[in-house]
Every structure is written in C-alpha cells, then in structure tokens.
Ligand binder design. Structure first.
Ligand code: SF4
Ligand code: SF4
Length: 184
C-alpha cells in the first residue's frame, strides 16, 4: 500500500515535528501490541495468514527469487509466468509480484516463518495485522488475534488522557479498520 502523509482532522496547526512524533508514538504502540497480543497467538491460530488463502502477499523480485528458490533470471521467470508455466499462485503487476491461494514457501506449520528475521520477509508481513500509516493506525480484522478494544486501550495509554480514538471501517473492505486520533 502506498503510504501517503496527510494531516489529521483535529490537528489543524500541528507542526511537522508534532506529526512525526504522533506517527512514531502510534508506530511504537502498534509494534508493542503486535508483540504482546498478536505474535504469541500465532502458533495456535486457526487461520494462519501465511497460508495466503485470504491475504495477498506483495513481493519484489528479490523476495520471489529467494522465497521460491528460483535459479533463473527475472526475464526468464516473467516469460514462464506469461506462458502459464510459473507458480500458479503468483501474478505479476506494476513491477511487483502478488502471491495468493497457496501457502507462502517460507511458512512452516510447526515453527511459523522461516525467514522472519531476514530481508526476504516482505514488509507487509511485519505490518500485518496492525500498523501505522500516515498518522493513523490500520487494523486488519482478518487476523483473529486482533481485539479492537484492547488495541484502542494500548493506543490510549501511549497517547495520554487528552487523546480520543475514532474508529472507521473501510467501505469496500470492512475488515480494514482505521483508528485515528483526536485531541480534546
Ligand atoms: S492471522 Fe494473526 S494470529 Fe494468525 S498467524 Fe497471522 S498474525 Fe498470527
Ligand atoms: S514471509 Fe513469513 S511472515 Fe511472510 S507470509 Fe511468508 S511465512 Fe508468513
């Protein structure tokens, strides 16, 4: 997803520095929530996101090459995909690749992601299911570990007593919830 910075209603005179500080506070709180509430649930998850049956994984060429352990050049791989002879779960678009409908090759049902601490891990894997974007938090309810009330409590604690969290859902994708911040 393209990250676009925009000002938040309720902060008409917020300086760039304050906006950055808010974004950093939200990003830190989102990361803390993932660490404390999401990742511990992953080993017992009933519907692991890495199976890619609901989610689409965005990858660059280096990640496709590394994860699918390809020995060929990108040109050869693209030709193979175009001929319908590539991995059926990968689609190319806009210079990137999108995997869906088969488990990620790095997914190990017993120990999770085998590339989690390496550059092969796509950025979307770190972001999912809760991440800061443009001074707001996006929470993806396709992850069964996300508890919106607990997440809002985490954000409120990080932001202090004069902050109010406003919740809206995406009209086309209602499982994507945006939490924006207003000050009293
Ligand atoms: S859907 Fe959520 S809980 Fe399940 S494996 Fe993915 S991040 Fe973990
Ligand atoms: S790279 Fe790791 S975290 Fe990302 S989809 Fe594959 S197994 Fe899951």
């Amino acid at each position: 997803m393209k990250r676009v910075f925009h000002f938040i209603p309720g902060f008409p005179s917020m300086s760039t520095r304050d906006s950055r500080h808010l974004a950093q506070t939200l990003a830190t709180a989102a990361a803390a929530y993932q660490t404390s509430a999401v990742i511990p649930h992953c080993p017992s998850c009933a519907a692991p996101c890495c199976k890619l049956d609901k989610l689409v994984l965005e990858l660059d060429w280096a990640q496709v090459k590394g994860l699918w352990q390809l020995g060929e050049s990108r040109k050869e791989f693209d030709k193979r995909l175009a001929a319908g002879k590539g991995p059926i779960e990968i689609r190319p678009a806009n210079g990137l690749y999108y995997a869906h409908s088969k488990p990620c090759p790095a997914f190990d049902a017993s120990c999770g992601c085998t590339v989690y601490t390496t550059p092969l891990k796509p950025v979307g894997c770190s972001d999912f299911p809760v991440y800061e974007d443009g001074g707001e938090i996006t929470a993806d309810l396709r992850c069964e570990a996300v508890d919106l009330d607990a997440l809002k409590a985490t954000l409120n604690k990080a932001l202090g007593p004069d902050a109010r969290i406003r919740q809206t859902a995406d009209r086309d994708f209602p499982f994507l919830v945006t939490l924006s911040v207003k000050r009293y």
